[in-house]
Design a protein around this ligand. Structure first.
Ligand SMILES: O=C(O)CCC(=O)C(=O)O
Ligand SMILES: [Fe+2]
Length: 202
């Protein structure tokens, strides 16, 4: 189903980036609405995504297509995206890999963390979430077609370090909490809920 939509020049959503050369789903079509509903529901069904991202709002996922020679040069994502009723602050960017990685060459999503680039070519149906502030790019496709979808999430916790800490604390509480003495478990719960509240209003 995903390969049948009508695609348009990807520059419409970022006309100022001269290194963006890809196609994106035509946003005036029913196909766009249907595909973004399905992809959005898939993401929200994932417990890992929910636990890690603390999603407040999410932009409708947008399908993108990279044919040979297409690429998206280094960039950070915009801090705010136009959305109704108010702009969405993009804290977390997400790529959902739709095409099987064996069907295309190149096209790695490459995230530059400090001086270390991390290249990701996900399995069909997998997703990667990364802070929208990081500089990232999609390397040129050299064979086949890279079909993916992208979305942007506003998190309850804007700061990536705090988000990471709370995720870790929550994981530890989920894995070890039932083994703890009740009083300590209550105190841990107190810390967890207080940090969540405190950091979500920064
Ligand atoms: O296609 C991707 O994996 C990400 C593309 C991207 O960085 C963007 O659309 O902002
Ligand atoms: Fe991006």
């Amino acid at each position: 189903m995903f390969a049948t939509g009508k695609f348009a020049d990807g520059r419409v959503s970022n006309p100022h980036n001269q290194t963006k050369y890809n196609l994106q789903i035509d946003m005036t079509t029913d196909f766009y609405r249907e595909s973004s509903n399905i992809l959005g529901q898939c993401l929200l069904r994932s417990e890992e995504v929910r636990n890690f991202a603390f999603i407040n709002r999410m932009a409708p996922p947008l399908m993108v297509r990279y044919r040979p020679d297409m690429k998206y040069g280094k960039h950070p994502d915009n801090a705010f995206l136009p959305m109704q009723p108010t702009a969405l602050r993009s804290d977390i960017s997400c790529t959902i890999f739709i095409a099987d990685p064996s069907t295309y060459d190149g096209g790695e999503l490459t995230i530059h963390l400090g001086s270390k680039p991390i290249s990701i070519k996900g399995k069909r149906g997998s997703a990667v979430l990364y802070p929208s502030t990081t500089i990232h790019e999609v390397l040129p496709v050299t064979r086949g077609e890279r079909l993916a979808a992208i979305t942007f999430m506003e998190s309850q916790i804007c700061d990536e370090k705090k988000r990471d800490l709370l995720y870790t604390l929550n994981e530890v509480a989920a894995l070890e909490g039932l083994k703890m003495e009740w009083d300590n478990r209550v105190r841990l719960e107190h810390v967890r809920q207080s940090l969540h509240r405190m950091w979500s209003t920064d």
